[in-house]
Design a protein. Structure first.
Length: 330
């Protein structure tokens, strides 16, 4: 089979597509997937750079967290899927290859009418966003939500989910020309955050909410936004940290957290146990996919690359010019 290989830590030039031995037949509740398309994520860039090693059990040198394809074979304890089924899902690594072995609970059915690229653009971002907003933060109808990096894959998914849930939705981006496209996802208002003023959005949020602040913040940026996030949260507000693109260390005024009685969460999908991932996938299948089938929620794709163009795909994602997911096809 063909697979994307990280030869050594470094830039996009260390990536290659190589022929390697086929995977073994599935055992237990495993399912062997013939991959047709796979997503590219920031985690893949970090792994390529040597800053985000694969967790135990995942391939050390084959990246990839989400995919869509056909069931090729099933293990003796796998009961839900049959060969030929069109599925999509998540893994801890190894999805950027012709074949991937997955626990059956990490798979969901591809809705009718979606092509492989659209299907591969759904699992990682919508599972992450849905889990963060509804499972972790218990987002409620009518609440106010702020989504940072709303033009990213997870940000675009979160914006659609919060809008569909009847919330007042704000979003930020560092790139002005993405604003109109971000608003089309269901944002009520979008703010450009200057790179040299990362806390700029807090006063805008307070103005837009009559000084109260927002109930919920989903943050994909990290350290540089943390202090302003505390300012922008309403009393009893909740914040979840999903990404740390601006760094992971910051100073915190604990007094703000105490006075406002804030709750701060952290989340990471990749390192979760198989049962935890299965629960997140079930929630995605039960609550998100019905809205995809009726057209309320849509995959957002920036560009599609052939797997042989993997280095160009990484350069595109690193450019910070993307809007939505970068997809690889096999």
């Amino acid at each position: 089979m063909r697979a994307v290989i990280i030869r050594e830590p470094g830039g996009p030039e260390v990536l290659s597509v190589q022929n390697i031995p086929d995977l073994p037949p599935p055992g237990g509740d495993q399912v062997l997937i013939r991959v047709r398309a796979a997503g590219l994520n920031r985690a893949d860039i970090m792994q390529r750079e040597g800053n985000y090693p694969a967790p135990p059990g995942a391939p050390r040198d084959i990246p990839g967290l989400d995919f869509a394809g056909e069931v090729a074979a099933v293990g003796p304890a796998a009961l839900r899927w049959k060969p030929g089924a069109r599925v999509m899902g998540i893994v801890a690594g190894g999805a950027q290859a012709d074949q991937v072995l997955v626990a059956e609970g990490a798979l969901a059915e591809v809705p009718e009418g979606l092509d492989w690229a659209d299907a591969a653009a759904l699992p990682e971002v919508f599972i992450t966003a849905h889990d963060a907003l509804f499972t972790q933060l218990d987002l409620q109808l009518g609440e106010t939500v702020l989504i940072h990096a709303a033009a990213s894959g997870v940000g675009a998914a979160a914006a659609q989910l919060a809008h569909a849930a009847g919330c007042l939705v704000f979003g930020t981006s560092r790139t002005p020309d993405k604003m109109d496209r971000v608003r089309a996802l269901g944002l009520d208002e979008a703010f450009v955050v200057p790179r040299d003023q990362p806390g700029y959005f807090a006063d805008q949020i307070l103005d837009a909410t009559g000084g109260r602040g927002v109930n919920v913040i989903l943050d994909l940026v990290g350290a540089s936004y943390f202090t302003a996030n505390l300012k922008a949260l309403a009393p009893l507000g909740r914040m979840i940290c999903v990404g740390v693109t601006s760094g992971s260390e910051t100073q915190v005024d604990l007094g703000v957290i105490l006075r406002k009685r804030l709750r701060i969460f952290g989340t990471m999908l990749r390192g979760r146990s198989a049962p935890e991932k299965a629960a997140a996938v079930r929630a995605f299948a039960d609550h998100v996919l019905p809205l995809v089938r009726c057209g309320i929620l849509k995959p957002v794709i920036d560009r599609i690359y052939k797997v042989e163009e993997i280095a160009d795909a990484h350069r595109r994602l690193e450019s910070n010019e993307t809007f939505g997911k970068v997809i690889l096809t096999f």
